[in-house]
Design a protein around this ligand. Sequence first.
Ligand SMILES: Nc1ncnc2c1ncn2[C@@H]1O[C@H](COP(=O)(O)OP(=O)(O)O)[C@@H](O)[C@H]1O
Ligand SMILES: [Mg+2]
Length: 319
Amino acid sequence: MFRLAMALRSKGVLGLNERNANVIQRLNERRLYPLVDDKLRTKRLALAAGIAVPELYGVIGSQHDVRRLADLVGEHRDFVIKPAQGTGGDGILVVTGRSAAGQRLYQLADGELISSNGIRHHVSNIISGQYSFVGIRDRAMIEYRVETDPFFADVSFQGVPDVRVLVYRGYPVMAMVRLPTRRSRGKANLHQGAVGVGVDLATGRTLSGVLDNDIVYEHPDTGAAIGDLVMPQWDYFLALATRCHALTGLGYIGVDIVLDRFRGPLILELNARPGLNIQIANRAGLQGRMTTIDAWQGAEYSSEEKVARVREAFRTIRP
Ligand SMILES: Nc1ncnc2c1ncn2[C@@H]1O[C@H](COP(=O)(O)OP(=O)(O)O)[C@@H](O)[C@H]1O
Ligand SMILES: [Mg+2]
């Protein structure tokens, strides 16, 4: 990572200290953090603005209520349990089905089976704050399990890829798609072991990828090429991300969008401290693009106009 980062420095890569001091401090007001640090609040905000999200089946907020789990899950054969204040994919259980006999066991995305006791135990750990980055009590959300769109069939392994769009001062500034791997166990987070693949903002075409510290061109489990895929509905993805800026007022956010095979693009979450690996996945730096966007401030543009501007300005030319 370090060597790659050095090689990218000439391309105006934004470093961690600069991000924290100059970008996050300046553009993300602390009082707005709770809107995105709690996935339940984000979901409500999105719904109020008419933005599609995975349907919420229920919330468990106390140890006493853990017994309500079966009621909340109801007849759903598959669902996802996650900590409302989790990050980095920690504490997320992707349940893909139930055992045929007796329905007492649940199947997870990686094929492992877990008992209903095991699931309740997990929910209880979520509530005690084990996965909450503020380290205090949390709530467990139970929601619709997104089904991977066939577009990603060859390049994801046992999980749903997500598209991370970085939005700077209201403009999409860089994007990547994150592909789950065997190691990431149904999650698309990079430090769980997913592959991050840069996406050309202008065309929605995928570039090369980053896995841990290496540049990669193939999916590590399926062997399929990860470059040169043209994202469907790319304009819509960018417009959706742009709208999320208005939703929160945060000047620097990472918007996570999944593509459900039945419901289309859905917002998973917003992030007020998005990571910087997106630059490695794109082999491009953020600084130049941010300067361009700085110069556009002051004018009032619609989301469509903003998207058109970045598509024009941030084209990636690859041999
Ligand atoms: N409802 C869901 N259906 C299927 N997969 C999901 C769902 N929610 C999360 N995931 C998987 O877990 C990853 C992380 O989820 P996310 O909500 O972004 O939480 P975190 O804050 O931990 O990143 C997603 O990128 C996706 O791969
Ligand atoms: Mg996420």
